[in-house]
Design a protein around this ligand. Structure first.
Ligand SMILES: N[C@@H](CCC(=O)N[C@@H](CS)C(=O)NCC(=O)O)C(=O)O
Length: 224
């Protein structure tokens, strides 16, 4: 029996992509799904789709701080606005993409993604340069030293940035305008649906005809 298939598009720049990533990890097995992880350049997605970051609307930006504090409790994550936000995550995203080129498997890829997200959103660490990213990914043990060094090197090339832009453009052509973005294919009949936001898990479950068991996937409902 084929599995449900979810393509998860993200950029570590987005706190909501981190929420979506974590909650999706909690549901993958429960939903009998396999996931394709797609690192993109959210800045380019915004630009190409004609969208703009929520913090460019003053009240949205202010409200997002409140919303993030609630999200910490509701989803069990640490989310703090990084110094100098918005920071440039293009290099970090290119490293993740280069690790995929090098054949990294899903589990270490998720570990690398989580490490970068936490570095930025929990520990307020820089992720802009090869040294920054090496300091985060080396202790996370996501790949052999040579594989990581090769990815760090590849990610510095213009071709890497251009490809991330091309893949972001492709995603926009397929409908993406923000992150996290999910393309969900139901195994039972091949039907596909698209979802925007880390707050759509209940609907994704409904689409997959699967159970939704709250943000921790264990039927607990945190009190705010
Ligand atoms: N309601 C969504 C909001 C997600 C969100 O605001 N994502 C930002 C990036 S951090 C975005 O891409 N926004 C585009 C838009 O709102 O049109 C959630 O809870 O996840």
């Amino acid at each position: 029996m084929p599995k449900n298939h979810i393509t998860f598009y993200f950029d570590v720049i987005s706190p909501w992509a981190q929420v979506g990533f974590r909650v999706l990890q909690r549901y993958v097995d429960i939903w009998d799904a396999e996931v394709a992880w797609k690192p993109l350049n959210l800045g380019r997605v915004m630009q190409i789709s004609g969208n703009k970051p929520p913090i460019t609307v003053q009240n949205k930006g202010r409200w997002m701080n409140e919303d993030m504090s609630r999200a910490e409790v509701f989803y069990g994550l640490k989310l703090r606005m990084p110094t100098g936000f918005p920071v440039n995550t293009q290099y970090a995203q290119c490293v993740l993409r280069a690790l995929q080129d090098a054949g990294i498997e899903s589990a270490p890829f998720q570990k690398a993604t989580a490490a970068l997200m936490e570095a930025l959103w929990t520990h307020d660490l820089p992720v802009q340069t090869a040294d920054d990213v090496r300091k985060i990914l080396e202790p996370a043990n996501v790949a052999k030293k040579e594989m990581l060094e090769e990815a760090l090197k590849q990610a510095e090339k213009k071709e890497s940035r251009d490809r991330l832009t091309a893949e972001s453009k492709q995603a926009v052509e397929e409908g993406m305008f923000g992150a996290p973005w999910f393309v969900v294919k139901r195994a039972s009949d091949g039907e596909t649906a698209r979802f925007f936001g880390s707050d759509r898990f209940e609907q994704i479950a409904a689409f997959l005809h699967k159970d939704y068991k709250g943000p921790f996937a264990n039927d607990s409902r945190p009190k705010l």
